[in-house]
Ligand binder design. Sequence first.
Ligand code: FAD
Ligand code: SF4
Ligand code: SF4
Length: 1016
Amino acid sequence: MAIENVEDTWSAQELDLDRPDVDAYRDLAEALRSRVSGGVEFDEYARILYATDGSIYRAEPAGVVYPTDTDDVRAAVEVATSHGVPIMPRGTGSSLAGQTVGPGCVVLDLSRHMDGILDIRPGEQTAHIQPGVVQDDLDDTLAEYGLKFAPDPASSNRASVGGGIGNNSTGAHSVRYGITDAYTDAVKAVLSDGSLIHAREVVIDSPEWDDIVSKDDREADIYQTVREVVEENASEIEDRYPDLKRRVSGYNLDRVIYENDDGERVLNLAKLFVGSEGTLGVIVEAELSLVTVPEETALALYCFDTLPDAMRAVPVALDYDVSAVELMDDEMFRLAAGSDGYAEYVDPIPDRAAAALMLEYDSELHDDFEAAIARTNERFLDNGAAFDVVEAYTDADQADLWKLRKAAIPLLMSMDGDPKPYPFIEDATVPPAELAEYVEKFEEVLADHDTSAAYFAHAGSGTLHIRPILNLKEESGIEDMHSITDDVTDLVLEHNGSFSGEHGDGMARTEFTPKMYGEDLWDAFKQVKTAFDPQWWMHPGNVVYRDDPDDIGPDADRGVGADMRENLRYGPDYQSLEPQTTLDFADEGGFSELVELCNGCGTCRQTDGDVMCPTYRASEEEVQTTRGRANLLRSAISGDLSEDEIHSDRFQEEVLDLCVGCKGCKSDCPTGVDMAKLKTELKHQHHEAEGASLRERLFANIDTASKLGSALAPISNWATDIPGARAVMQKLFGIASERELPTFSRETLQDWFDDRGGSTVSRAEADRKVLLFPDTYTNYSYPTAGKAAVETLEAAGVHVTIPDDTAPSGRAAYSTGMLDLARERAETNANRLSDRVAEGWDIVFVEPSDAVMFQDEYRDLLDGSEVSRVAESAYGVLEYLDTFRLDDALPVEDRSLGAAGAVSYHGHCNQKGTNKDHHAVGVMRRVGYEVDPLDSTCCGMAGSFGYHDEHYDLSKTIGRLLFDKVEESDGDRVVAPGGSCRSQLGDRDGIDEIPPHPIEVVAERLPDTATTSRSA
Ligand SMILES: Cc1cc2nc3c(=O)[nH]c(=O)nc-3n(C[C@H](O)[C@H](O)[C@H](O)COP(=O)(O)OP(=O)(O)OC[C@H]3O[C@@H](n4cnc5c(N)ncnc54)[C@H](O)[C@@H]3O)c2cc1C
Ligand code: SF4
Ligand code: SF4
């Protein structure tokens, strides 16, 4: 969950940086600042950050406003339109059709401040919200009443409900629940003249109706126009609107007038706002209907030999009261099988399956899941074309199948090279009974264009996410996109479908709206638009467009007509520099390709679960998302920013330095945008060009300072308490005076080990031998964890030695972008350790960041067999125990779960980023601890980051997210392997000790006798 109080967030605006407004909009920006209490950003970076969404489009807006309330929205609309500049509302910007890209518009970002849940009425099953609330946050709050907002887009962990209303969103359960328009009962919206409209059910020709239409104002005109347009076009509406569970293209003229539960004929403008993509007004509040959450579900996945066989089964499946019918094809299975992250989920699917249909059954519709699945088995297996079924009853088994289904987009989008499966006709929808024939003809269209696609998604509602693979950096790819869309839209019409059944019109589909609805309804759409927005100030060019230069409308960049080939993010003119890099980017296809992997999906704006992205969670600012950084980087390498911008103070401090380098995005970003690596490379290039600061050099060489500190302990520990000492550190090195500095141990881990005479287990009697790496923090500041590691390994029968000829790992140098130093250290360690590794020694680390440095970053710094050998033999200590199940040999008396109490485990981000975080949990459980693995993000320290004066507050804000998780957990105490995480956890109010490393709590389970005998 995001931080709830705005006061608790930290803003990049606190950095003392120059952010001049662009010349063209300086007066507008000033005028907005004089009227709006929220932020107003019209500088070059803000425009880049808001130039893209999750689609293939890109166009810079005029600037961005972050309204705090309805008055702000009204003021922003009035000021912008009085300056002749259009408006575009925005939530998370995760849209796929380009409907959140507004060339030359003032963007109103409602996600920042207008994200409240105003009221929940459980008895009535309704909620009153502000538009910026994230759907999962709303559902988390509703869960305590057993309720949820029914539409469930796959993007619900970051998508705003307002954006869902704008798009008429829906998800896998539309078969059961329908889509957003059915759950949006009323909205309050600001119109383009700044007036506020309360759109709700109004009984036609009632006294209320008469009162509204008798006035001489915009509201009266809207009600009358909409009624006339709907009544005049009744037969066209009947004929032209397809009969589908999901129809998202165009305005909802078919839903705005209806008979309510009391049998009255009502007009509800809220239904028209749904799916209007910000073109009618800015929604500032909404009244939603809710549904109850089924207590249980079950899944059955039917496997077919051909895709058409699976398609033919869809309409049949709908006869069985299922709550979802989802499709996956063999292209997806193949991609999943070849990926690290998803291979395990594809295991249950037989190799022969060319397609699979996944059916969900819920407890509100079925009392007995096994009986329900037996019925569908009889239909599809015994008497149908399916040859196998995978049944899933437990939550874990179902979660695995859903993970496989939801892996489709990430798997497809991480495809190497320029041709990519782009979204542009990816949600065309036809009646389920037509699917089989539609798919066969679709394949012909693809073959005609010499391309292919994967097939997946919501077959039960007739929506297939088909993304043809094209190269949009080439003219021919763009022309193919247009002609495929033309052909497919013909096909969809032939099959009584909708060009969009889920993601909306935007820049991709608006061109084709007249083709879908015909001349009369196209005209009707324009009349409706004009009634709401006479000068077409609201997000012009979406849903409807100007046919003629004489038509009403602002001369915004979209001008007259609509063409899906305009405003592309890439295109034949797009060029990017491929910089000479010090790190090896071959695995990622090069530096630029890694930057361009960001497709704008917005997953890095999720606020709960996983690690990515801690700085966004602490700030709620787009510039502090992985996406924001990737967008600015792409602008830098493609010439949208000037060539030397990368070396500017702003780029360095706001774009690069605020990334804590946690590697969360490496694993959590669906396409694997590894921002930590990109940042390190660019920091290095900056140091080469401009030199490194004193503080960067100090932290890069922290081992030297720690060695000195340890030699002078305890005096060095007192030194920081000398009055004025901290102020001097702050002034000289930029180290936050509030931060507790690590203390030094007079006796290093190495001293202790030498003094005890080496290992207690002889080489001869041991099966395994370990070089325990004396990392800087463990050796000089916290030897206790190192001692525990030695004693535990020995108790498991391992011979241990602590090498005295290694260099520091280079992690500190790497994190500060001092790559020459990091490489020198990597080289020293690879040279010195590789022979010993070849002789059978393993290298084990107490500090996770050093372990990952050897395992991962060394391969980016160096080539050759020596480094590979060393990297492959490097383990975190818990990873080592778990990988070889060495903990089975530990003399632990009572291994029953909970015998040793309960711990809350905060894993290290670097290990999470490399999928090595789970090992500690397994080991601790097997020696008797109940373990609650916290689903926590970075602790906020991130090596030296939390010590920086200018980052201290951000670091503490991120830390509070972790502290909240600790408080919510039932563990008796918290454990964390990372030294800096433990420092941050030790800095909590009322806590005066740093928590233990997991190896310490494992060692606590050993009998005292474990370390008695010693032999070399
Ligand atoms: C990987 C991925 C998966 C997706 N899966 C689904 C899916 O399963 N189902 C689905 O329906 N969509 C899906 N989407 C598309 C998108 O995420 C959803 O439509 C989502 O609901 C949009 O929310 P948002 O906050 O990002 O809206 P935005 O993109 O910010 O805005 C969407 C539209 O609404 C308008 N708008 C936003 N706020 C307001 C407001 N306050 N008043 C008026 N207009 C407003 C905007 O101008 C824009 O036109 C997916 C996208 C991605 C990247
Ligand atoms: S960085 Fe990754 S998660 Fe974020 S928007 Fe880009 S692709 Fe999506
Ligand atoms: S490395 Fe961490 S802080 Fe930086 S962009 Fe990735 S998730 Fe965000």
